[in-house]
Design a protein around this ligand. Structure first.
Ligand code: PLP
Length: 439
């Protein structure tokens, strides 16, 4: 039975001890249920994947020609089919001639563009990013936090220093970004500008404008604009993002941004399409490198995506079907957090209008304990600290919840457990700290 709780700071020692006792016995009861639930990664559920089953029968025998008559079965077509670039141009905010279509993973594109920048430099580079001389420090990236662990893993893998900057609810703290970007060793920034992973926030137009126009110490600074959730709305309101490619061009920094997106969470996470969009110079640079890597991408998959989704309306209709499956799961998590933790002062959480995650800030110094408590009660959570560079959350506070994959019933059960663990960890932490005098 859930205990209705006052603000934890209002409890005297006796109340706190009795609360702890109640929560512990409730927790032990949960543990005895031998649950096996997983809220770790933002994967589409089987029902979401089923929405794209129509793709599996496409393009169909004899349907392998593009609109321009290219044989999609063959080599070639490095930039991707025009009709595919046209269909997804709304997701990238770029004209079809500024887009390249790749294989299924945008993360692979981000990885490869970083490696190419390190080895060869990008348009505007005086030297490859990895060239360090006595005057220069190792390259660094600005990392808005909490952020996407796999972005940080790429930096860690290649020795790129990571400079955390707090997110504000509307994008990164731009004062701090601008100050850091003035250093010539700072080569880029990771941005998930819409329904950010994990906070769900959407960058304000002013933030996008400042990123496009700010002074950078490195002439070859790049904004890695990972628009992974551009059409992934959880409400009827489809948030719009300012167009960073246009703003960069207008600010006289046409080459500043690399835009990435994919259909991993539109069609099939393991068999979708990934996209790169940028200025003409950057696109030429990208295609020159990609042309050494492949003789041409999978154009049958490009063709089947166009045949299946048809046009921009079709894309949005398909995303509405995802929303119908996802929104109740997000609502269930938020309802559990609110009913258990509302008014207690032990946690705050995001209420995203899109994307795949809910970010919870538990009481400082308790996130690791919460993850352990949840694990012992049969609920797997993303490791505490994962949303920070090198896995180190200096406040030990942020938890990332990913409700997409489990069934709605499992999301409900897992959310109860997580809320209880957050409260129990806070009560135990609080009782080990000085508290106000007895009433
Ligand atoms: N970017 C962000 C922000 C993500 O959250 C994810 C997956 O969770 C990805 C990229 C992975 O994209 P892809 O499947 O295209 O490699």
């Amino acid at each position: 039975m859930a205990t209705t709780l006052r603000h934890i700071a209002d409890l005297n020692t006796q109340d706190l001890h009795s609360l702890q006792g109640q929560l512990r016995s409730e927790y032990d009861g949960l543990r005895a249920r031998s649950l096996k639930l997983d809220m770790t990664r933002g994967k589409p559920s089987p029902e979401q994947l089923d929405l794209a089953n129509g793709l599996l029968a496409l393009p169909g025998v004899g349907k392998h020609l593009s609109q321009a008559g290219e044989d999609a079965r063959n080599y070639g077509g490095l930039q991707g089919l025009l009709e595919t670039r046209t269909l997804f141009s709304c997701m990238l905010g770029a004209a079809p001639d500024r887009i390249a279509v790749s294989t299924n993973s945008s993360l692979a594109l981000m990885h490869d563009t970083i490696v190419w920048a390190l080895l060869k430099g990008v348009p505007g580079s005086a030297a490859p990013w990895s060239h360090i001389n006595t005057q220069s420090a190792a390259p660094a990236f600005i990392c808005p936090v909490p952020g996407y662990d796999r972005h940080f893993a790429i930096c860690e893998e290649y020795g790129i220093r990571m400079l955390p900057v707090p997110l504000t609810g509307h994008g990164p703290d731009m004062e701090k970004v601008e100050a850091l970007a003035a250093d010539p060793a700072v080569k880029g920034i990771w941005c998930v500008p819409k329904y950010s992973n994990p906070t769900g926030e959407v960058y304000l137009p002013e933030t996008v404008q400042r990123l496009a126009a700010m002074h950078t110490g490195a002439p070859d600074f790049r904004v890695f604009w990972d628009n992974a959730y551009s059409v992934h709305h959880l409400t009827e309101h489809r948030h719009e993002l300012a167009n960073i490619l246009d703003l960069c061009e207008r600010a006289g920094n046409p080459d500043r941004v690399f835009v990435f997106a994919s259909t991993s969470k539109v069609t099939l996470a393991g068999a979708g399409l990934a996209f790169f969009a940028s200025s003409p110079a950057n696109l030429r640079w990208y295609l020159a490198r990609a042309g050494k890597q492949t003789i041409g991408p999978d154009k049958l998959n490009q063709l089947r995506h166009v045949q299946f989704l048809k046009d921009e309306d079709g894309l949005h209709r398909h995303m509405d079907a995802h929303r119908a499956l996802l929104a109740p799961k997000f609502d269930a998590v938020i309802a559990a957090l609110e009913s258990r933790l509302g008014g207690t002062g032990v946690a705050t959480w995001s209420k995203p209008d899109g994307g795949y995650f809910i970010s919870v800030d538990a009481m400082e110094g308790t996130a690791r304990v919460v993850v352990e408590l949840a694990r012992d009660a049969g609920v797997a959570l993303t490791p505490a600290g994962a949303t920070w560079p090198l896995g180190r959350d200096p406040h030990d506070r942020t938890l990332r919840l990913a409700p997409s994959f489990p069934s709605l019933a499992d999301v409900r059960a897992a959310s109860e457990v997580i809320s209880l663990c957050i409260l129990l960890a806070a009560a135990e932490k609080h009782s080990s700290q000085p508290i106000r005098a007895e009433n």
